[in-house]
Design a protein around this ligand. Structure first.
Ligand SMILES: [Fe+2]
Ligand SMILES: [Fe+2]
Length: 197
C-alpha cells in the first residue's frame, strides 16, 4: 500500500518515473504466487487469493443455470406454438433467443466446473431453482409479454450477481456482464415487438 501511494505521488511530480514503483512491488511476488499455485494444483482455477465465498458463487451460478434452462424451454415452446398472421418472424426470433439462452447455460455450467462445482441439470426442482418462470400462453402477444417479464427478471438478478462478484471474482463477473448485455438486447427486441402488436 505504501509503495503504491508513493508511486502515485511521485508520478504526479516526475512523469518519467511514473508507474515504476508499483510494478516492481508487484513482480517481487511472482515466486510466492508460483509456489502457491504448485501447492494447491488440484484446485484448478481456484487459487489461494480467490476472494469470493465459493459456495455462494456456486449457488448463485446454479440458480442462473436453472434460470437459463427454464428460458430455453419457454422460448422453444413459444417458438413451436406461435401462430397467426405476424407469427413467422416472431417465432424465428424466439428460436434465436432459445439458442442464445442455451449458450448462456453452457457458459455458466463451464464456469461452475472451473470453480470446482457441479452444474445442476436435474429436472427435479428446476423451476424452483430458476428465477424466471415457465409460462406458456397461446396468444402471440401474451407470449411476447411473458418472455419480456422473464428477461426483466433475468436482467435484475444478473445485475445483483454482478454487484456481488465485484472484485471478488472478476472472471465470473465478466461472464455475467456479457450475458447481461445479451439479456438487455432480448428485452429490447421484445419491447419492440410488443409496441408493434
Ligand atoms: Fe440468457
Ligand atoms: Fe434472454
Amino acid at each position: 500500500m505504501d509503495t503504491q501511494t508513493t508511486g502515485a505521488a511521485s508520478s504526479r511530480t516526475d512523469a518519467s518515473s511514473a508507474g515504476k514503483g508499483p510494478t516492481q512491488g508487484f513482480l517481487s511476488d511472482v515466486a510466492t504466487i508460483r509456489a502457491r499455485a504448485r501447492k494447491h494444483i488440484e484446485d484448478g482455477a481456484v487459487t489461494e487469493n480467490y476472494d469470493a465465498d465459493r459456495a455462494t458463487v456456486l449457488k448463485l451460478l446454479n440458480e442462473a443455470l436453472a434460470t437459463e434452462l427454464v428460458c430455453v424451454l419457454r422460448y422453444r415452446r413459444h417458438h413451436f406454438m406461435a401462430k397467426g398472421i405476424h407469427a413467422e418472424p416472431i417465432a424465428a426470433e424466439f428460436k434465436v433467443h432459445a439458442d442464445e439462452e442455451q449458450a448462456h447455460a453452457d457458459r455458466i455450467a463451464a464456469r461452475i466446473v472451473q470453480l470446482g462445482g457441479e452444474p445442476d441439470f436435474s429436472p427435479d426442482g428446476l423451476s424452483a431453482r430458476s428465477h424466471s418462470e415457465y409460462v406458456a400462453p397461446n396468444g402471440l402477444t401474451d407470449m411476447i409479454r411473458e418472455n419480456l417479464i422473464a428477461e426483466r427478471i433475468a436482467i435484475e438478478s444478473y445485475r445483483e450477481m454482478i454487484q456481488y462478484m465485484g472484485e471478488r471474482d472478476p472472471t465470473t463477473r465478466r461472464i455475467l456482464e456479457e450475458i447481461l448485455a445479451v439479456e438487455e438486447e432480448h428485452a429490447d427486441e421484445l419491447a419492440d415487438m410488443l409496441s408493434k402488436e
